[in-house]
Design a protein around this ligand. Structure first.
Ligand SMILES: Nc1ncnc2c1ncn2[C@@H]1O[C@H](COP(=O)(O)OP(=O)(O)O)[C@@H](O)[C@H]1O
Ligand SMILES: [Mg+2]
Length: 226
């Protein structure tokens, strides 16, 4: 991992197939499990849009900080008001998202921790500014990417598109977390509980776990160690 530091930080980037599919939930659970093991963990929201003027409990960055038990950063590294992709939310505030200083902050934080989980904004190709995405950040820092997918109809296409883009870009995928959202109901969506098995059949080399199975977090942390 290139960090400009003698210390190689353990940095994992968490992305997902969409917004609202459990990236923050999964990242918080992983941070809590690491913390319970006594690992010095940091959980960071890279950019957050749709924020109030002051950080509130509903913000991803605040939830992640609480889960990791960190005083700093206590909220996302950059926060924007409008509930839009960061590129557009920043533009509405007359700003352009400059990624280099944010990445420098991210690496500085990661160098102080044993494990650092970084949640992006939206999916892998959501514009962070009008030229760059989270994929560029992952590539630049040789970070492994964890993909969170919603266990529902349509997820196979979204997940395979995300994995294809990682493959195409030469960015390693740590694995896929197939997340059972609270409103998922196998009675009305028979893909719930089947998507992981189908994905495994299509991509047998990609590690896949389901949050519906207790102990999934330990499995994921096993991937992240390697
Ligand atoms: N496995 C889960 N169990 C319970 N609640 C979940 C689970 N996954 C997501 N949620 C809830 O669903 C909502 C959206 O999840 P969130 O993690 O914020 O999505 P994202 O970060 O992808 O936008 C949140 O209220 C979150 O607490
Ligand atoms: Mg989130």
């Amino acid at each position: 991992m290139r960090s400009g530091s003698a210390v190689t930080p353990r940095l994992w980037i968490v992305t997902g197939t969409d917004t609202g599919i459990g990236k923050t939930w999964v990242t918080c659970r992983l941070a809590e499990t690491l913390r319970a093991r006594g690992t010095r963990v940091r959980a960071i929201k890279f950019l957050e849009s749709g924020t109030d003027p002051e950080p509130s409990e509903s913000e991803d960055g605040v939830k992640l900080a609480r889960a990791a038990g960190q005083a700093s950063p206590s909220a996302a590294l950059r926060r924007y008001r409008a509930p839009l992709t960061p590129a557009d939310a920043a533009r509405l505030e007359g700003q352009t998202v400059e990624l280099a200083p944010i990445e420098t902050e991210m690496i500085r934080i990661a160098c102080e921790a044993e494990s650092t989980l970084v949640e992006g904004a939206g999916g892998l190709l959501a514009p962070l500014n009008h030229r760059r995405t989270l994929l560029d950040v992952a590539r630049r820092h040789a970070a492994s990417v964890l993909v969170v997918a919603a266990d529902r109809l349509g997820t196979l296409n979204h997940t395979l598109l995300t994995l294809s883009m990682l493959d195409f870009s030469g960015v390693p995928c740590a694995g896929v977390v197939m997340n059972r959202l609270p409103d998922a109901d196998p009675a009305t969506d028979p893909s719930v509980g089947r998507n992981a098995a189908t994905l495994h059949e299509v991509r047998p080399a990609t590690p896949i776990v389901e949050t519906a199975h207790p102990g999934w977090d330990e499995v994921v942390l096993g991937w992240l160690r390697t």
